[in-house]
Write a protein that binds this ligand. Structure first.
Ligand code: GLP
Length: 257
């Protein structure tokens, strides 16, 4: 695991974009794993800028979402498919085609079947080249909440109270409007990606980042499974890095590897 510590969220976004552009421009299987939440928004803005400048395009690529809420109306702006459309789809964004954006169908009458279908779509299209991840304040990745099996595949789950409180800001600050269920890539599904880029900014993430980088592998901090992956880059700002103890070594490794 490589850890890069930057002064602020904008620098994290710029570095994340550099990594995504380099990985996707050199990839033979052009499948990008995409996350939602507010953390990747700087990164997506940088990717749109690079597309406008002609140095990056997802026109011939596929994007696979990490997760989706269950039973959010099709036209709701916070439905993750709509969030990702707004950020990435179209010639005025990154060139990604709508038919090449794969999201779990949270409105399928059978969510279990929809979850299996998403897992199969990733596998059948050759897997994910680079998976972008954020992290929840409780250490979740995707919507793999504490206690999720470390080998899980894409599945239906219940959101924790903490996650629903964290995400209430997207639903008029009203927790009763936040969905209770989700479909999420499993931890095993995420681990199948050839490389992983996790970004975390702000002090609300400092405990989760401490566990991710320096804690013991445990389903109670689901992101710690990434310690078992051979190609993970973690980008954090100073606030999210506050509890890390080996920062001199992370810096040496970052600068010399
Ligand atoms: C959400 C998403 C995750 C995201 C996390 C953090 O609930 N399901 O994919 O990484 O929570 O979100 P944010 O970046 O807004 O803090």
């Amino acid at each position: 695991m490589k850890v890069g510590i930057f002064s602020d969220a904008h620098k994290v976004g710029a570095e994340a974009a550099r990594i995504v552009i380099e990985a996707m421009n050199g990839a033979t299987i052009r499948n990008l794993g995409v996350a939602t939440g507010s953390t990747p928004l700087n990164l997506y803005a940088e990717l749109r800028k690079a597309h406008e400048e002609g140095t990056f395009s997802l026109a011939d690529a596929r994007a696979f979402a990490l997760d989706e809420y269950v039973n959010v109306p099709e036209d709701h702006p916070e439905r993750y498919r709509n969030v990702l459309r707004t950020e990435l789809v179209g010639d005025d964004k990154t060139g990604l085609k709508d038919e090449n954006l794969f999201t779990p169908d949270g409105n399928d009458s059978d969510s279990l079947v929809a979850a299996d279908r998403h897992d199969a779509a990733i596998r059948d299209n050759g897997g994910v080249e680079l998976q972008i991840l954020g992290i929840g304040s409780n250490g979740h990745i995707g919507f793999n909440e504490p206690g999720t099996a470390l080998t899980s595949r894409t599945h239906v789950d219940v959101l924790t109270r903490q996650t629903r409180e964290d995400n209430a800001r997207f639903f008029d600050d009203d927790i009763s409007k936040v969905p209770t269920h989700c479909i999420t890539q499993g931890l095993g599904t995420i681990m199948d990606a050839r490389s992983i880029l996790l970004i975390a900014t702000g002090s609300a993430k400092k405990e989760a980042v401490k566990e991710l980088v320096e804690g013991a592998v445990s389903s109670f901090w689901p992101a710690t499974i990434l310690q078992m992956h051979p190609n993970v880059t973690v980008l954090v700002d100073k606030a999210a890095a506050e509890l890390l103890t080996r920062t001199d070594f992370y810096k040496d490794r970052w600068e010399t590897l």
